[in-house]
Design a protein around this ligand. Structure first.
Ligand code: ZN
Length: 91
């Protein structure tokens, strides 16, 4: 019995696992904003991000008024950072 397997799948998965640290970045725009912001602004933003009753849209709209446009989707994704469906910012 010979099971058919797609050729090269194992190799491709190995390549993903062994890829250099590029999978850590790049940061999403929320992460970039946090890094560029003053410390007190960053702290306030982190607090808002950690507060569930603050919607991603409210945060996105507020950030967008002060800088580059940020979408609610990006904010929600940043809240899930580190998860498979989140952004690649560091937790
Ligand atoms: Zn992020």
């Amino acid at each position: 019995m010979i099971e058919k397997q797609p050729l090269g799948l194992a190799e491709e998965l190995d390549a993903l696992a062994n890829a250099p640290a590029t999978h850590r970045g790049p940061q999403c725009s929320v992460g970039a904003f946090l890094e560029a912001a003053d410390q007190d602004v960053a702290a306030s933003l982190r607090a808002a991000l950690d507060t569930d009753r603050v919607t991603a849209k409210a945060i996105a709209d507020t950030l967008s008024r002060y800088g580059d446009p940020v979408t609610a989707y990006t904010v929600a994704r940043h809240r899930r950072r580190g998860q498979s469906n989140g952004c690649r910012c560091e937790r």
